[in-house]
Ligand binder design. Sequence first.
Ligand SMILES: [Fe+2]
Ligand SMILES: [Fe+2]
Length: 255
Amino acid sequence: MLLKPQKQKERNFSFKGAVQINHSSFFVYEDKDGHKFLNMGKNEKLHKSVVQRMIDSNPHIKRILKRFRIKPLIDTKTLNELTCGHMNETCNIAIGVYSLLSGEFKDKVDMSSLKEASMLHDLGKVLIPSKILNKPAKLNLKERKIMNIHSTLGYELLKTQGVNEEVLSLIKYHHQNLMHSGYPSLSSDNTASDLGVQIISIADKYSALREARVYRRRLSRTEALLILYREVREGKIMPAVYNALFKYAEMYDNE
Ligand SMILES: [Fe+2]
Ligand SMILES: [Fe+2]
């Protein structure tokens, strides 16, 4: 059978999750005939149409954007950078932390959910205005409030895409902590004490601290660990999770 070329907009792609191959993350898309594709970060149009479908399938997203006066612009450049960089690295660290926990802790975490959630955790940033995402200075209160909805936006974008509840919860609460002082506010199910949230959260923080940001330089391994050590002392991070990260950093991360 000859394969007839089709214009991209004629093909109907849906989101099917995220996978890691050779330590690189890819989004998996499926067309209406059931063929699966990996997004390599090159095809912005395809990426955009998939995110647009996510927005269209959940009216709550437009309500959130309206409340915060954000235009529904899809920043696929940022999404591609995050997929190849920070989200992929967060996944590597989360797997490393998980593997260094003792068996009694491991039993409490679903590894495949942790992996997928790590690869998708900042998806909501695709809708955060780039002037806020890339501001080369400290965010003001209004900008901070907008930035902080990215975890809820990620959750809402994926809620209608057949992603399992555990992955959704990890994405929504990846900025929460044991003191419940993170965001968004917790419901009565007390998710911040879940081990999975603790792992994704520490992996996310460590990955971010080890990267240069527009407003600060890249921190050394010791500097990054020291910041997290203080958070353990403040009661925000489980000591066992921190110790696993510490071992991971000593083994696999150069100063
Ligand atoms: Fe985040
Ligand atoms: Fe992140």
